[in-house]
Write a protein that binds this ligand. Structure first.
Ligand code: F6R
Length: 599
């Protein structure tokens, strides 16, 4: 959804901007550009494609500037092209600006500006903001005043950073609904869509809030709140280290992050009891007040939420409704006031999830966020947050966030089950003890890497893949299919195993690969029957099980409700290797962006 990195300080920031853009490529990578101030002039370089192409231009032009703004794009308005890539300039070209989000009233503004003689060079919504600032500069000599006035005219979502050729070193920034973080270094400042873009240079960060306008001058910064008054924003110290945003010898971030999972889950588990107590306030009384839970999320996070429905129904005996945020927010939900609303999101910035959360808040529900990114919009909007502690997830295809979300939601189900009297103390202790074994279990599942790779080599040319699961493994079947289609672009579908005979079995033909999730447990016989049904029609069955009596990929013994967490690992590895054998760009799959901050 576009990535922004800007710098103002005392050194040449060219390499730093390129490095920051590379860290933000997960947000968009169809074109990139940068603007830099030099000798009272703004220069702009743009390149279609990945940041590497821009890097070549930067080196060729020997860019040397202490004030720069950079952008990597995920096209919304206008195709990926040089003209449509950012930064955009206004007229006469004194202001350069980058934008992430969507300016909803851009057509109306464009018409007005065109009537005043402005000529537009791109099809983007963003360009109008640059023209607006320059139009305002005709009436005021102050860049901050012109910028603020322009921002007031915008409707929609935006993170904006702009520079002006007459005020070297000054950066103006505004945020509404799209993320923007201010990094505070020693005598230097950064503005970025996400922390990893500047983590190498400073760990001190201020998460700008909606309506904030920041003004950076070479010697300091000032933030004005939506009401026009000074905004006092906390300076956070980011706990992530720089290596967590690096590939660390792995070929792709996706593979690295699959292998990060034991550590990510361990870190999540370590802080969980405190987080749950502090954020969620599970006292027996509070827990009993909760009569049901709405679980809302998108994509992979939705699959974690759907699995949690099974956990909560089973352990906490609570009614649960799990839905995708894009559907939930437009449904006529008859909100139950004594239900808890829980939004699950890695980035904490997903527009649909945030909108659904705000609806629930408006209806008077207590809200809980399960998020990975400190200070993100969903954490700020929720009454409470429980954090997954995965560190930055860079790969567009989500892996470690998924298993960490499952971990949090599983723990939450046990806590609620115990607090509500659905689980006895010994039952709770035993289940929690098993949960604490997850890092070791995930590490054991990762040992299947070579077996998975070998199987993937045998099937990577297939064109269609089916995933089957039941109960808490059904959402994992959906997730296995999503992972595969995201990174390999192949057709993949997940079904509840019991449903295939009601239609989907028609697609099975000789050699169709069918992944079946068959943990030892009360539904094992049922899923094995579905396996018989597809095998009888010639399917190539790949069984993921923890029952040594079965012939399949053997995973560690765990209870059937924890099985989806460890079985996620081989499914992620299958997706990875099938994509790798097909030569796909795994960390930057076509058409996708990591953080979907538009509707
Ligand atoms: C899948 C994927 C997406 C996200 C979805 C929600 O691999 O990355 O489906 O899971 O866009 O994102 P968050 O969790 O940031 O709300």
């Amino acid at each position: 959804m576009c990535g922004i990195i800007a710098y103002s300080g005392g050194r040449n920031g060219a390499a730093l901007i390129i490095d920051g853009l590379k860290k933000l490529e997960y947000r968009g990578y169809d074109s990139a550009g940068l603007a830099y101030g030099a000798y009272g002039k703004i220069n702009i370089l743009k390149a279609v494609g990945k940041v590497n192409n821009l890097e070549e231009l930067v080196l060729k032009n020997k860019v040397n500037s202490a004030c720069l703004i950079g952008h990597t794009r995920w096209a919304t308005h206008g195709k990926p092209s040089k003209e449509n890539s950012h930064p955009h300039t206004g007229q006469p070209g004194a202001v350069a600006l980058v934008h992430n989000g969507i300016i909803e009233n851009y057509l109306e503004l464009k018409q007005k500006l065109t009537a005043k003689g402005h000529k537009f060079k791109s099809q983007t919504d963003s360009e109008v903001a640059a023209h607006l600032i320059e139009e305002n500069l005709k009436r005021t000599l102050s860049f901050p005043a012109a910028f603020e006035a322009a921002v007031k005219q915008l409707k929609g979502a935006y993170a904006l950073v702009a520079m002006y050729n007459r005020e070297p070193g000054v950066l103006m920034a505004a945020k509404k609904q799209s993320p923007l973080v201010l990094g505070i270094g020693k005598g230097e400042y950064f503005l970025a869509s996400d922390v990893p873009a500047f983590l190498q240079h400073t760990k001190r960060a201020v998460f700008l809030e909606d309506g904030d306008i920041a003004c950076i001058i070479p010697r300091g910064y000032k933030i004005t709140a939506a009401d026009g008054g000074p905004a006092k924003r906390k300076i956070h110290t980011i706990a992530w280290d720089n290596t967590s945003a690096q590939k660390c010898g792995y070929k792709h971030f996706m593979l690295k992050e699959i292998f990060d999972q034991p550590q990510a889950v361990e870190d999540t588990l370590r802080t969980l009891p405190n987080d749950i107590k502090k954020s969620f306030g599970i006292s027996a009384r509070r827990a009993k007040e909760i009569k049901g839970i709405y679980l809302v999320a998108c994509g992979t996070a939705y699959h974690a939420a759907l699995a949690a429905k099974y956990f909560l129904e089973h352990f906490a005996k609570l009614p649960v409704e799990a839905d995708t945020a894009s559907e939930f927010k437009y449904r006529d939900v008859n909100f139950q006031k004594d239900w808890l609303f829980c939004a699950v999101s890695q980035s904490g910035e997903t527009a649909d999830t945030l909108a659904a959360l705000l609806n629930a808040k408006k209806a008077g529900l207590r809200t809980l966020g399960v998020c990975n990114v400190l200070g993100s919009a969903i954490t700020r909007a929720s009454d409470f947050t429980v954090y997954t502690r995965c560190g930055p997830e860079i790969s567009v295809a989500s892996t470690k966030a998924f298993t960490s979300q499952l971990t949090v939601l599983y723990a939450l189900s046990l806590q609620l089950g115990f607090a509500r009297g659905a689980l006895s103390k010994p039952q709770f202790n035993e289940l929690y003890k098993e949960l604490l074994r997850l890092p070791a279990l995930l590490a054991a599942a990762l040992k299947k890497q070579e077996q998975v790779k070998k199987t993937a080599r045998g099937i990577f040319r297939k064109k269609s893949f089916i995933f089957l699961g039941r109960n808490a493994c059904f959402p994992l079947a959906l997730e296995g299919a999503l992972k595969l289609k995201e990174v390999s672009y192949l057709h993949a579908e997940g079904f509840p195993a019991g449903e295939i005979k009601h239609g989907p079995i028609a697609v099975i033909e000789r050699g169709t690969p069918v992944f079946a999730l068959a943990p030892k447990g009360f539904l094992e016989g049922k899923i094995l029957s579905s396996c018989q049904e597809v095998s009888a029609r010639g399917a190539m069955l790949i069984l993921l099980t923890n029952d040594a009596a079965q012939n399949g990929l053997l995973l560690p013994r765990v209870s059937e409700y924890l099985f989806p967490v460890i079985a996620a690992v081989p499914l992620q590895l299958f997706a990875y290797y099938i994509a790798a054998f097909n030569g796909c760009d795994i960390d930057r799959p076509r058409n996708l962006a990591k953080s979907v901050t538009v509707e």
